[in-house]
Design a protein around this ligand. Sequence first.
Ligand SMILES: Cc1ncc(COP(=O)(O)O)c(C=O)c1O
Length: 461
Amino acid sequence: MTFSMVELMETQNREQYALHRRYINPSLARVQTIIGFDKIYVRGEGSYLWDADGNRYLDLLSGFGVFNLGRSHPVVKQAIQDVLVADRPNMVKMDCPLLAGLLAEELVKRVPTGLDAVFFANSGADAVDTALKFARAATKRPRMLYLDHAFHGLTLSTLALNGGKEFRDGFEPLMSGFDAVPMNDLGVLESQLRRKDVAAFIVEPIQGKGVYIPADNYLPEAQRLCHKFGTLFICDEVQVGMGRTGRFLCSEHWNLEPDMVTLSKSLGGGYVPVSATIARRTIHDATFSRLDRCQVHSTTFGQNELAMAAGLATLYVMDNERLIERSATMGEKLLKGLAALQERYEMIADVRGKGLMIGIEFKAPRSLSLRAAWTAAETARKGLFAQLVVMALMQEHHILTQVAGPDVNIIKLLPPLIIGEQEVEMIVAGFDAVMSEATSIGGHVWAQSVQLAQHALGRRV
Ligand SMILES: Cc1ncc(COP(=O)(O)O)c(C=O)c1O
């Protein structure tokens, strides 16, 4: 019998939920079913997914920010195929592979002057973990500061920088001396930095869990304070980098000059896991400080040729299709369309974002009947209304979105950067219809509330 991947995919694709329930994560499989996300997707191209019944879905999840170029981009696909066909000498390890050098060169061209040393790894958390180690080695200091609501990954070290209790619970104790500071409070930050034991202050220039944007002066001032007290300033651009917010790096919105930057997600073109920690040369070299320490930090699959080829092709496509400009212009249109809905629907509290990273925050309605339904839902689980809107967008409009984090009434949109006017109109029309329905207590949106609340209260999986 020969092995046929095509046959496996064709004959087994209806089994995926059963397999996950049995062998992988039954809780997650059950949640997908409860919220109506249990589709059998068979194809992805551009901004869309198709299920086995031929239905098309507009994907504003983008694999949590992986598909900035859209899915199945032909240029990235070709680059990966070229590497495969050439039987390249991949991961020799005792080697200095060409493609890693080329990708490092391309990345350095795109980041602020002075960030000129690149370390490649496989995931966002890997990249952050690298930055933390580099910071300790370069400063010889033990502590790290991060922001409330921060998300930098879910490995044990990055969890110690996580501003969400929901993620930390059950895994403590975490790293000691890793402390949260509130966003926009420079006084608290300064009082911590004055102790001169902080190796690094790490920020997401716009926070992913909630789409929180700092006050205009906060990041530049925080960077100034860090430099004053000898603390390294790290911008975690894993989600907001790569053109997502209408600039290559989100930190460009404030003309920041961080000491280190992390990138991942869409750097792999939606095909191959990859991440990069880009640092000042002196910081990088403090870790690899002697010949016998030249591999003191490394990861087996870092610099692998498929990832490097995908990264090179991705950067080419971003330039060629002017995706950064597109993210800025389409983002503005989408923000404007959604902001107009805020004028009409009292439950929309805020619409915010930069480029194509957009948050829509909800608040309790004033009308008495609606308020009772809202209170019941929120008592069962904070943020349940946002989940109801996500479900309605999926069921009635075939639009995939996500709640922006645990216990928040905020929906986050991360569309591929290739979306056009047509998709912007679809998104605004979808939200308009769902919000219009949500103003009536008899509407479909609230009908799902009771069932969802029961699951939430019982925390049944
Ligand atoms: C800002 C940020 N940093 C780090 C990570 C962790 O990335 P990964 O899931 O690839 O480990 C994420 C993931 O969403 C992120 O948004």
